[in-house]
Write a protein that binds this ligand. Structure first.
Ligand SMILES: Nc1nc2c(ncn2[C@@H]2O[C@H](COP(=O)(O)OP(=O)(O)O)[C@@H](O)[C@H]2O)c(=O)[nH]1
Ligand SMILES: [Mg+2]
Length: 223
């Protein structure tokens, strides 16, 4: 089995259908899939290496299902995350309420997880401004209140997608430097998922380890 080193765990959160999977697809594969909506089951994992200055940082991205049915599972995925991209659909005000729910969760349970508030599907409002349901400034104010970065993206056109993940990697790099200089010592709170070695086949193993509360900090072993 081919293992890869992951530097930073990133989790995608937000209501079903806001465009989490599309954002990851655009970023990792530079494509936008059309066709009938495919609900993400449980979660999917992808990794991508990104250049930050003279360093290469690999982001391990967990794309969660988003529906309330899978809420408990989404919690497993954000444990130990260094960054959360909390998505809302710019044309759906209820998705902004749901984003606020995830922000609260993160504030309560993952205080070291940086939040990136992401308004998706900006191409739709470019075509028809009346479709916008969340005012840019309202979202910006909310982001400032919670100390988050705020982006508006389109996975269809690719607008701002690379910028979002680049910022995630840059912030991680900065925090890692502080970590190395001894300012941050307790960042990895849930090593069962944030452990450094992962491969695509590790999902089931990881889930089992979390379910049984085994957070011993060791990467999953390959047998
Ligand atoms: N126009 C437009 N549609 C999008 C965009 N992102 C996602 N969608 C559509 O929104 C629907 C849900 O997207 P998906 O990524 O599966 O959402 P998820 O449930 O949050 O993972 C799909 O029909 C996508 O084609 C976008 O940036 N622009
Ligand atoms: Mg999805």
């Amino acid at each position: 089995m081919c293992a890869m080193r992951v530097d930073a765990k990133v989790v995608m959160l937000g209501k079903e259908s806001v465009g989490k999977t599309s954002l990851v697809e655009r970023y990792v594969h530079n494509r936008f899939l059309v066709g009938p909506y495919q609900n993400t089951i449980g979660a999917a994992f992808v990794a991508k290496a990104i250049q930050v200055g003279d360093k290469v940082i690999t982001l391990g991205i967990w794309d969660t299902a988003g529906s309330e049915r899978y809420e408990a599972m989404s919690r497993i995925y954000y444990r130990g995350a260094r960054a959360a991209v909390v998505c809302y659909d710019l044309t759906d005000s209820s998705s902004f309420q749901r984003a606020k729910f995830w922000v609260k969760e993160l504030q309560n349970c993952e205080e070291h997880c940086k939040i990136y508030l992401c308004g998706t599907k900006s191409d739709l409002i470019q075509g028809d401004r009346s479709l916008r349901q969340i005012d840019f400034h309202d979202a910006q104010d909310f982001a400032e209140e919670i100390g988050a970065q705020h982006f508006e993206t389109s996975s269809k056109t690719g607008n701002n997608v690379d910028e979002l993940f680049q910022k995630v990697a840059e912030d991680y790099n900065e925090t890692a430097l502080q970590f190395m200089s001894g300012e941050v010592s307790m960042l990895l709170k849930a090593p069962c998922i944030s452990s450094n070695v992962f491969s695509m086949g590790d999902f089931a193993l990881t889930f089992r380890r979390c379910k049984h509360g085994k957070t011993d900090g060791k990467p999953p072993s390959h047998t």
